[in-house]
Design a protein around this ligand. Sequence first.
Ligand SMILES: [Zn+2]
Length: 393
Amino acid sequence: MSSSIIHQIDWKQFCQTKITNKTFGFSLVDEIINSDLVHLDWETLGFSFEDLPIRMVKIGRGKIKILLWSQMHGDEPTATAAIFDLINFFTDAIHHQELKNNILTSCTLYFIPVINPDGMEKFTRRNAQQIDINRDFLAQQSPEGKILRTIREKIKPNFAFNLHDQDSLYSIPKSKKTVAISLLAPAFDETLAVNWNREQAIKVIICINEALQKLVPQQVGRFNDEFEPRAFGDNFQKAGAATILIESGSLINDPEKQEIRKLNFYALLSALEVISNQTYQEKDLINYFMIPVQKKELFHVLLKNCSIQNSDKSYKIDIGLNYTDIFDQKTRTLQKHYQVADIGNLSNYNAFETIDATSLILIGEPKFEQIANLELKNTNHQTIIWWKAGIRV
Ligand SMILES: [Zn+2]
């Protein structure tokens, strides 16, 4: 069962150690495929707009066909790393032979690490044509979208895993903890009906949630299930593949998302186990709808109880700050640029970092939705924290 997977399998043993952060480039993917994994059955499905190869590897020989792809959005790399960890797991010749044998005799796995290599190179959501591939299922103007649509038509998978990263600011409604992983069985029409294959996806998600609760209790959310007629997940669900969306979220103290990567590994392995032994069939759909729908009640930084002195008027406010990551292509590093996201009574919000400014002095004027230019000093005039033109110094 899924719980035993988490207790008995050591992710570290299978971790692709060349990947250590979230800004790794396509050249590393190339290197891993062409050196570490060169002995496997790779197929080049086609090329991106800027002529980088999109490759798939097939592992297993079972009747249940499972297609897994990652990084349709170029700046969402977490599951790509987890796919390489899973490939290591399944191609290792020594450990957990029984489990592997069970999965690989009942299932055939088709892994596509990185469907958007051009976006990955520039760490952008969109491809080189500036198209969001996940809104191109119908129009088919991106080579990457065509490749993904064509391979589904060719394989006709029973299950499809659509692997993304989501905004780090999603939280679980009551606890306001960060969402580590969010899950969704995408709708296939506007009524959000549950047909046979969506029901299969929902039941597998229940098993994934049960497994993840052991690692990150109350940090699994459900993604918004509005129907999006242009998206791949929705259309694959419509076409008969039980489709599961896994969104990598965030954890405090995991800036490079390596813990989230590990959760992806366990989430996918738990899913593959229950699909291979069919135990997911026993699950009751209600348990899917019990997974809390995620909300955004988080800031990256929350400054509480700031005193403002404006000519002869004084008042107290909380200030919420969020950053966006700016990517430097030369060094493949990210720099955080902070903005003032909200001002006022923010007592119902949580944050990655909270600072009580009750006895601090605020220098600078917070302006809603403007770049942060703020400094907090203590009464000895020592700087506690400082944002200069949006950059934390
Ligand atoms: Zn995405």
